[in-house]
Ligand binder design. Structure first.
Ligand code: NAD
Length: 286
């Protein structure tokens, strides 16, 4: 019987713990607060913003949105961003990216206070993830995958794990988190030869390529755990993952759906980072 790993179940379990931690912070006089920084109003950003705000609210984390006009200049944006960065009432900053092309995103990444960089966009946090230092914040989606695995009792130690995708947002940091837990990781990308055979060798297969339904039954070995990070739109305009769920599920022991899988855990990870940031910034031990 294949187990469908539901993001909502993982998020529900995390919520209890988070609400408790927020309660403790509030008792110490600290109201953990997230700043969402948005330039313009792209529909996908607005959708993510609504979800993130709802999740923060549900565990007692405050949320402030700082919206800047699409036409803002670099200097003006940097001034606005610096004000958020230095605001002592803000503990974590989520900047929607990519920024409009006329803005220098790298410059903003260099500006962010590493303690407030809860979405891991600056070099200090990335470096911590790569050096196995858990005091940094890993990119939320990569960490969400680890939460899903842990929640469903899947120990990665010594397992053959294949990750499709090598981006700095998902594939690479996730590989580091898996290695930290003693998995044996193979990373695949667009130049990988015989991708299906490499994936079939995996006990745990994680797809983060951004290609609708590219993982067919042929990629999945009998009893494998399949995690789908992809968010795509299929030919009928419906949301789908990188995995052809109907084809892969009968062979998998565990599988995440899209929607309702990894994506549903990401904002809970973000909330956890805001809590940690509030603790770090106020010197409150966990
Ligand atoms: P990206 O485009 O930056 O990277 C994709 C990676 O996949 C690249 O390293 C590329 O080499 C590899 N790849 C692409 N096509 C491939 C193919 N045919 N064969 C083998 N490798 C291939 O994308 P990303 O930002 O890492 O995101 C990946 C997917 O995850 C996207 O669908 C994105 O929407 C989704 N995503 C989901 C969440 C979430 O919360 N669930 C968050 C971020 C990204």
């Amino acid at each position: 019987m294949t187990v469908t790993m539901k993001g909502s179940e993982v998020a529900a379990a995390m919520k209890e713990q988070l609400a408790q931690e927020v309660g403790q912070l509030r008792e110490s006089g600290v109201a953990p607060t997230l700043a969402i920084v948005r330039v313009g109003a792209r529909p996908d950003d607005l959708a993510y913003e609504r979800g993130a705000m709802k999740r923060m609210e549900s565990v007692g984390i405050g949320c402030q949105v700082f919206e800047f006009p699409e036409t803002i200049g670099q200097k003006e944006f940097e001034q606005g961003f610096a004000a958020v960065n230095q605001n002592p009432g803000i503990h974590g900053i989520l900047l929607f990216r990519p920024l409009p092309r006329h803005l220098d995103e790298e410059a903003v990444k260099r500006m962010i206070d590493p303690l407030k960089d809860i979405d891991s966009m600056g070099a200090p946090n990335i470096a911590k993830v790569f050096s196995g230092d858990e005091t940094g914040y890993a990119p939320c989606t990569a960490e969400a995958v680890m939460h899903v695995l842990r929640h469903y009792g899947i120990d990665v130690q010594g397992k053959r794990v294949t990750v499709i995708g090598r981006s700095m947002v998902v594939g690479k940091p996730l590989t580091m988190l898996l290695i930290k837990q003693n998995a044996t990781v193979t990373v695949c990308h667009t130049r990988t030869k015989d991708l299906a055979a490499t994936c079939r060798n995996a006990e745990i297969l994680i797809a983060a390529a951004g290609k609708a339904k590219m993982v067919t039954a042929d990629f999945v070995s009998e009893g494998a755990v399949v995690i789908d990070v992809g968010i795509n739109v299929d030919e009928e305009g419906k949301l789908c993952g990188d995995v052809d769920f109907d084809a892969a599920a009968p062979k998998a022991s565990h599988i995440t759906p899209v929607p309702g899988g990894v994506g549903a855990v990401t904002s809970s990870v973000l909330a956890g980072h805001v809590v940690r940031a509030a603790r770090y910034l106020h010197g409150i031990p966990s």
